[in-house]
Design a binder for this molecule. Structure first.
Ligand SMILES: [Zn+2]
Length: 416
């Protein structure tokens, strides 16, 4: 119910800011609409805007704090010209409507507009355009600023002093893995004062890191990531960051590095720490290799933070969410129509929840070596007292930082 009300406000804004421009009889109608779309997305702090052609016109959605909100439709005669105008701004080929294209619209300091990455894709009703508003380059987060819970922050911080072994950062797309990886590398560089050689293999390089020899994968001249990892080992590094492990050869090279006196930091796409273990086993990495090479897993998720101006204490009797069955007896929910501080979404910004699992000669490590599968491993992790994603999320709901509804959206109902 609240979602619908919040979207009504966003739709009204779209109506006021953008629909009012349709049918302008002046020549710059399309540029004015495009400017208004970009300005509105920027005003709201959207991370992305999606323009999807349909039989009725171009459907517009904003992504705010990770959630997509449909807001309105640009009518049919204008929809192709609007996408074409964006392509002009990004220097793409406007006469090619049949191939996917990628480009960027440079930022404009005069109007305070950030750089925009655009990709277009041909669909049945015309070209779809996805816009991503690039974070301002001024944001250089260090480890203590990324929002890790205190106990996990300490563990991660200690792990960065390890001289061998692998640390895997995991989560789905958009869970902030790269931000964490970058923050770890900054921490290593600043702590070691250049006394440790740090190299990274990335796809793509998202921002330049002082003190790290970064290589973009497109520079690999036909070499696979696995070969690149082997080649970079001959450069005598102490710390190797590998953007993402996606296949067995890369995983094998990464373990080889981790087992020969290098600290390897990497990310992989998995739901939680146990899923990382099962994914590696699915890649046919031997459990004893995993146990001896993989020293820790950081699993993370971003949850929307309740707007502290308008959040409301839940009325337990009327709440449909329940207490998640975890003894949560008091919690907050987003206000039905939000407020101007939170763009009427009830949420303002995001927070990170995390799970930290160390392996080695502990119960989880031993179970892994005897090839247990996911369910018993998960039970062991829970029994070991490790901070899990769910525990951390419940703690944040208790503190009023997020809502059970949001936890359920992000962690799914399968975990309750
Ligand atoms: Zn609010």
């Amino acid at each position: 119910m609240t979602q619908a009300n919040q979207q009504a406000v966003l739709k009204q804004r779209f109506q006021d800011q953008i629909v009012s421009l349709f049918g302008l009889k002046t020549a710059p109608e399309v540029p004015a609409i495009v400017d208004a779309v970009l300005a509105e997305a920027f005003m709201l702090g959207a991370s992305d805007a999606h323009l999807t052609p349909s039989a009725h016109g171009l459907r517009v959605s904003w992504r705010l704090d990770g959630v997509l909100h449909p807001v309105g439709v640009i009518p049919q005669p204008l929809s192709a010209p609007v996408v074409a105008r964006l392509k002009v701004l990004a220097g793409l080929l406007t006469y090619r409507l049949d191939v996917p294209q990628e480009g960027r619209i440079p930022g404009n300091s005069a109007t305070n507009r950030r750089e925009i990455r655009i990709s277009t894709f041909p669909t049945l009703h015309g070209e779809r355009a996805a816009l991503r508003f690039v974070e301002s380059s001024g944001r250089r987060e260090v480890l203590s600023q990324i929002g890790l819970p205190e106990s996990i922050l300490q563990s991660v911080s200690q792990a960065l002093d390890w001289t061998s072994g692998m640390v895997v950062i995991t989560g789905p797309a958009g869970s902030g893995k790269t931000t964490t990886l970058y923050a770890c590398l900054r921490e290593i560089v600043s702590r070691s004062e250049q006394s440790r050689g740090v190299v990274s293999l990335e796809d793509p390089i998202e921002s330049a890191l002082e003190g790290v020899a970064q290589t973009a994968l497109e520079a690999r001249a036909g070499l696979g990531l696995a070969e690149l990892v082997k080649a970079v080992l001959r450069q005598d590094p102490d710390v190797i960051a590998i953007g993402e492990i996606r296949d067995r050869p890369t995983a094998e090279s990464a373990f080889q590095a981790a087992l020969t006196g290098h600290l390897v930091l990497t990310t992989t796409h998995a739901g939680d720490s146990v899923e990382v273990l099962t994914r590696l086993m699915d890649m046919r990495i031997a459990p004893y290799i995993i146990k001896s090479g993989l020293r820790a897993i950081l699993a993370q998720r971003l949850l929307r933070k309740l707007c502290c101006v308008c959040r409301v204490e839940a009325d337990q009797k009327s709440s449909q969410v329940g207490d998640l069955g975890t003894g949560l007896d008091q919690w907050f929910e987003p206000a039905m129509e939000g407020c101007s501080a939170c763009r009427h979404t009830g949420y303002d910004g995001r927070l990170m929840i995390a799970e930290w699992l160390e392996l080695g000669d502990n119960s989880v490590g031993r179970a892994l070596a005897s090839r247990r599968d996911a369910r018993p491993l998960r039970r062991l992790v829970e029994k070991s007292g490790a901070q899990t994603l769910m525990k951390d999320a419940i703690d944040r709901a208790k503190a009023g930082d997020t809502s059970p509804l949001e936890i359920r959206r992000v962690l799914g109902s399968g975990r309750f």
